[in-house]
Design a protein around this ligand. Structure first.
Ligand SMILES: *Cc1c(COP(=O)(O)O)cnc(C)c1O
Length: 636
């Protein structure tokens, strides 16, 4: 496509086009130079840092694209926000207990992310949620504040339970959330054996169903949690073991990315009924764990769509606190400590993914349109006529004709009746016609569907230096959309419409879904000798650990920065991504063995007189350099 319908372009248009004000949560903006800036609260003041500055700093440190950039301040700020929002709701409604957050490690297990959460969360006693033995080990080693909670979910064997009981011995509040009655027997047995009193929670399966991507996992068919029959079984088992006094918590988790506040409220109400019932059964209780689900507005539409949410953080907290009070107060039941396990909303904003564009495929005519010779093929001449005669009144007809003639030429070519140049000329005419249709379309009333979609059919393909499977796995697996846009040149009008293809040779290695339901993204034409950088935002949750090694593209470089109050920033951590030798060893190759084998092959070529010894050395160095190099596209 040649042009977007836009006539006028300035920074405001840029912000509107890419929806920045809607999804950025105030953390990202556009500078007068047309560059994305991180706008970050430091000691109560907003500080701006240009992403292009940071990219320059990365270049100086030989941290090549693609890069995952973490901004520590934003993680810090997210943890504060959620704790402060609950604190405010509790104060406003005069709730008689406190809030404690726990971060579910599965959402981002990277060592320095968990370390930062433990560090920034210290002042709020923000704890960790562990879904496996490995995650419990991370929690035990990372938390610095004994007041922080550890919540253990998932199926637990003896070893898992022993480790949790030891944590209690050390003074931690470590909860076992029971998902099945059989687990209770192991807990009873191990705690007797070790002489440690456990803190037990029960995860209940609510019948409240939710909207959004995980819709089918809520309600009766949810694979997790106890139904009311099993809950009674658990209570009876504990009663029989004389351990009902260990039953302290009710836990529920409605699913991730809950778009509608209405569902959340209903879920809390149902959960509170279970809470009350457990008190009535004689359990001391005292803790209500609301699970995760606090959504991120990836689209910025503030609606109850899959990639959005129809509530603010403040409303979320108020509605939860209010719903709990409405159920418990009439029964004069003490307010429990409220725990939430927000993962996505805690880490999503703090990471963004940057890649450069390597090449572009256009669907534009390549040659100047010229009239065919007198003796040219008749169909080709007909197609040329269409290029001449198209106007606002006949576009559907012309479009139909163009397809007919183009297909006819393709048939003729397949039967060997026209040559390559004739076919290429016909394709060139066709692209010209489609472009004319496209240009005329906005002025036509009642445009047929096939003509409205032309914009997508003709979109450019921008080849990005990344792997969807490694860096944005949810975009592939569950159709997750993330805000994407160029991080510079935003003071220039983007005149192309494009989708992205990645470096893998997989037809799924593409991004053709963008926020706002768009299938293409406005982009700038590439400039010779100048890199073009695309940012994908809000990628801090789930993307890193779900990633895979498709086509052996490995972990990308990771940079972690901390922004200072004076607008300077420090590179806190730099992690070089996988080398080719690294990824080969993940699939059980031995890099040294590969070198040896290849050396033999090259040596044979020397013996056979195919190459000189000097060439042998060059070939071997190139091989070694490749093994040690980055798995992505490298250029000087
Ligand atoms: C995944 C998960 C979470 C995190 O949910 P988010 O929607 O990312 O906040 C919390 N609790 C449990 C039990 C989970 O399985």
């Amino acid at each position: 496509m040649k042009s977007t319908p836009l006539q006028h372009w300035d920074i405001e248009t840029a912000k509107e086009t890419y929806g920045i004000n809607h999804w950025s949560n105030g953390y990202f903006d556009v500078s007068d130079q047309g560059e994305i800036v991180i706008t970050c609260p430091v000691n109560g003041h907003k500080v701006n840092v240009s992403l292009m500055d940071i990219i320059e700093g990365m270049k100086d440190r030989e941290l090549h694209m693609p890069v995952l950039l973490r901004i520590e301040n934003l993680l810090d700020h997210s943890i504060s926000r959620i704790n402060e929002a609950f604190r405010a709701a509790i104060e406003k409604l005069e709730y008689q207990n406190t809030y404690r957050g726990v971060f579910p490690i599965k959402v981002n297990q990277q060592c320095h992310v968990v370390e930062e959460i433990a560090q920034f969360g210290n002042r709020y006693s923000h704890g960790l949620e562990a879904g496996s033995k490995a995650e419990l080990i991370i929690a035990l080693a990372s938390l610095q504040n004994e007041d922080s909670y550890i919540v253990c979910n998932g199926y637990k064997d003896e070893e898992f339970i022993d480790l949790g009981l030891r944590a209690i011995q050390l003074g931690w509040k470590c909860f076992f959330v029971v998902e099945s009655p059989t687990e209770v027997e192991v807990i009873v047995q191990r705690s007797r054996e070790l002489g440690v009193k456990p803190m037990i929670g029960t995860r209940v399966k609510l019948s409240t169903t939710v909207e959004g991507h995980w819709q089918h996992d809520s309600g009766d068919r949810s694979i997790f949690g106890l139904n009311s029959l099993q809950l009674v079984e658990v209570i009876d088992l504990l009663k029989d073991a004389d351990m009902l006094d260990c039953l302290r918590m009710l836990h529920f988790h409605l699913g991730s990315q809950l778009p509608s506040i209405h569902n959340i409220r209903k879920g809390v109400q149902e959960a509170c009924r279970y809470y009350v019932s457990m008190i009535n059964e004689g359990a001391p209780m005292g803790y209500l764990d609301l699970g995760g689900g606090l959504a991120v507005d990836y689209e910025g539409s503030q609606q109850s769509g899959t990639h959005s949410k129809n509530y603010t953080l403040d409303e979320y907290c108020i509605d939860i606190v209010e719903a709990v009070m409405q159920t418990l107060d009439p029964l004069e039941i003490d307010h429990p400590v409220l725990i939430s396990e927000s993962g996505r909303a805690t880490v999503a904003y703090s990471s963004l993914f940057l890649f450069n564009v390597l090449d572009v495929a256009h669907f534009d005519p390549v040659f100047v349109i010229e009239q065919p010779d007198e003796d040219a093929n008749e169909t080709l001449k007909n197609l040329y006529e269409v290029t001449e005669s198209i106007n606002g009144k006949n576009i559907q007809e012309c479009y139909n004709d163009a397809i007919f003639y183009r297909d006819e030429i393709r048939h003729l070519f397949n039967r060997g009746q026209v040559d390559l140049r004739t076919r290429a000329t016909a394709e060139n005419y066709f692209l010209n016609i489609v472009q004319q249709v496209q240009a005329l379309a906005p002025g036509v009333e009642h445009l047929p569907d096939e003509l409205t979609n032309l914009r997508e059919d003709l979109a450019d393909i921008y080849y990005g230096n990344f792997s969807v499977f490694q860096s944005l796995p949810d975009a592939w697996a569950i159709g997750q959309v993330f805000p994407m846009l160029p991080v510079h040149r935003l003071n220039e009008m983007p005149t192309r419409e494009a989708m992205f293809a990645d470096l893998t040779c997989d037809c799924d290695g593409k991004i053709d879904q963008f926020i706002g339901g768009r299938k293409t993204l406005p982009l700038h034409p590439l400039k010779k000798g100048e890199d073009y950088y695309i940012g994908t935002f809000l990628v801090g949750a789930y993307q890193e650990t779900l990633s895979d090694l498709h086509n052996l593209f490995g972990d990308t470089n990771v940079v972690s920065i901390r922004i200072n109050a004076d607008g300077s920033y420090d590179f806190m951590r730099e992690i070089h991504g996988d080398s080719i030798a690294d990824v080969l060893s993940y699939v059980e190759y031995d890099p040294r063995g590969l070198r040896d084998k290849f050396r033999n092959t090259v040596e044979k070529a020397v013996r056979g007189g195919k190459i000189s010894v000097a060439t042998r050395q060059e070939i071997l160095s190139a091989f070694s350099a490749s093994l040690d190099g980055y798995t992505y596209y490298e250029h000087d």
